[in-house]
Design a protein around this ligand. Structure first.
Ligand SMILES: [Zn+2]
Length: 82
């Protein structure tokens, strides 16, 4: 009998953990449009808070807790940060 030792594939990597997106505005219940630009890195998100200027999920610049004229929330709202 042969014992094969497989390296188990890690199915949970804290470094790769995706932040769940909010898909609708918690205050109005209205669905947000899906992002049209890639999700920024965490360090970029942190910069949004420092700069009090954030990128919306379609690339527009908005206030950190704002929504652009096209209905896209800031990434900070989308990711439930604020
Ligand atoms: Zn926009």
């Amino acid at each position: 009998m042969t014992h094969l030792h497989f390296m188990p594939a890690p199915d949970f990597d804290p470094d790769d953990e995706l932040v769940p997106h909010l898909t609708r505005d918690p205050s109005t219940g209205l669905c947000w449009p899906g992002p049209t630009v890639p999700e920024p890195a965490f360090i970029v998100l942190a910069g949004f808070i420092v700069d009090a200027c954030a990128e919306a999920t379609d690339g527009c610049l908005v206030e950190p807790d704002g929504t652009c004229e096209h209905g896209h929330p800031s990434w900070l709202r989308r990711l439930g940060v604020i």
